[in-house]
Design a protein around this ligand. Structure first.
Ligand code: PEP
Ligand code: MN
Length: 371
């Protein structure tokens, strides 16, 4: 069961300034570079190879928050020089991850062009506040990754803390979420959470990080396209001259040549179109969807009324609300039918997870009613 924060329905407005990067409707904002700065030669070779792709920022992690110890935890302060050299030689703007006020000080001392806050830092309001305080009065853009847990409130809270510190060039990076359920992705995208963020902060640019969602390089292009299909504003893609030898996140990094191919292959969508035949057909199809949704809601309401009858029966016999064999049977059967109907079983599992959770809640409510 997943603990999703339900933010209030209100749309907040943040007075933001545009990101100081070249923007055009037919090009997503592109941030690329290695997961970690490893050697000066690796940083310079990557920057040289990808600078011609029109990067908004060249990325490389210097201080790496790793889930477990005894993995490469970043080259540290020494990497600052390598990155500034990459900027001097290849004209790239620089971005790196900051997790501590000390990182902010170092990055500002080296005139970095932007910073990002990582997923493991975004979970901690204390850490985010310290970073926001260290950045107060500074004019560089700050990109905020989603927290590792699926909690939009925490993500918005981090952005609000930075805004309250006077930072006006803000953007979010959707990098997927750690969840208990199995998925083909390293971090489950849960696109709906990016949609929720867009609903709450409509003026905030949202980039997508297909590398950390995918976890493997062959899925990166598809995830990137999916993000652009949804109208997200840009991409952060991990790129390494010899990905298999990378000191961190080897499986998901792509070569500069592959990055060029991915970028060239991206299809850019427009927010809407004015062609009359298109608008007519779209409106007809939307009417059909509305009718299907009315049926869906009626079916859900009917299901819930039956659950209430079950609850009364169980209450009378003092039987538990959860009977695990019945639940296993429902899941097995519904997933089989889903496959027959051409539906993605992961999707149907999510839907039934929500249906079952609501049913258990209603069972308990009715079974414990005083009357
Ligand atoms: C990274 O960008 O290399 C990184 C550590 O990302 P995240 O914070 O999304 O895990
Ligand atoms: Mn990484």
């Amino acid at each position: 069961m997943r603990a999703r924060e339900r933010p209030s329905a209100a749309v907040n407005t943040l007075d933001l300034e545009p990101l100081p990067v070249p923007r055009s409707p037919d090009r997503p904002i592109l941030i690329a570079g290695p997961c970690s700065a490893e050697t000066e030669a690796q940083v310079l070779a990557t920057a040289r190879a990808i600078a011609p792709l029109g990067l908004a920022y060249f990325r490389a992690g210097i201080w790496k928050p790793r889930t477990r110890p005894n993995h490469f935890e970043g080259i540290g302060d020494e990497g600052l020089k390598w990155l500034t050299r990459a900027r001097a030689e290849h004209g790239v703007r620089l971005i790196t991850e900051v997790a501590r006020p000390r990182h902010v000080e170092e990055v500002l001392a080296h005139n970095f062009d932007a910073v990002w806050i990582g997923a493991r830092t975004a979970v901690s309001p204390f850490a985010v506040q310290e970073i926001a305080d260290a950045l107060a009065g500074v004019d560089i853009p700050v990109f905020v990754k989603n927290p590792i847990n699926p909690d939009v409130g925490l993500w918005i809270g981090a952005i609000e803390r930075l805004h309250a510190a006077g930072i006006r060039k803000l953007a979010a990076i959707h990098r997927g979420f750690s969840t208990a359920d199995r998925s083909r992705f390293r971090n489950k995208p849960m696109w709906e959470l990016a949609v929720q963020l867009r609903r709450h902060l409509p003026e905030l640019p949202i980039l997508n990080d297909p590398s950390h969602i995918a976890g493997s390089r062959d899925l990166v292009a598809d995830v990137a396209q999916r993000a652009l299909d949804m109208g997200l504003d840009g991409l952060m893609i991990e790129t390494h001259p010899t990905p298999d030898e990378a000191w961190s996140d080897a499986a998901q990094q792509v070569t500069p040549a592959r990055l060029a191919e991915i970028v060239a292959g991206l299809k850019i969508r427009v927010p809407s179109a004015h062609d009359a035949a298109f608008l007519d057909s779209l409106s007809d199809l939307r009417d059909e969807i509305d009718a299907v949704d009315a049926n869906l809601l009626n079916a859900l309401a009917q299901r819930m009324r039956i659950i209430e009858d079950v609850a009364r029966l169980k209450r009378a016999e003092n039987v538990t609300s959860l009977q695990i064999e019945r639940w296993e049977e429902i899941l097995r059967d519904r997933l089989e039918r889903a496959v027959e109907l051409g539906l993605d079983p992961e999707y149907v599992q999510d839907v039934y997870g929500a249906i079952h959770e609501a049913a258990l809640r209603r069972l308990s409510d009715v079974m414990n009613r005083r009357s």
